[in-house]
Write a protein of this length. Sequence first.
Length: 162
Amino acid sequence: MAADKKFSILVVDDERAVLTTYGLILSKKGYDVETALSSVDALAALKRRDFDLLLCDYSLEQEHTGFEVIEQGRRKNPKARAAILTGYASKETAEQARKDNIAILYKPIDIEEFFSTIDKLLKEEYEPKQSEEEGESHADSKQEGSAKGSSQPGTGRRSRAI
């Protein structure tokens, strides 16, 4: 990669204030940032261009998730790095992120951790196993066990506690 090329980042969050904040702080750090308020907007952006990094809120509109956006982005650019931004992560979410080599950042996001994780992802130094371990302890301490959701009758699946 040329030294003068900016890393491109797509940020997806359905909360306008949060999206604007991420966009501004990343732009001030020198990244080429595009923001999307919905999965539909994100998919349109992914059709227009490739991104080096995808930062997606876990829970998007109409029961879509950041994992869906990341999957589409990686179909076009398999080398794209990614992170899920969430306030509520279940063990299943953390496991899926680890399996798919996706970082997890927990809201409210610590700004130093935010930039450190982005830097590691872009330098391809991120280790997903850390995310899984942090996810379990974070979910347990933040939501005192409630973030794991309740079993949905007849499915054995857990609901998203959002």
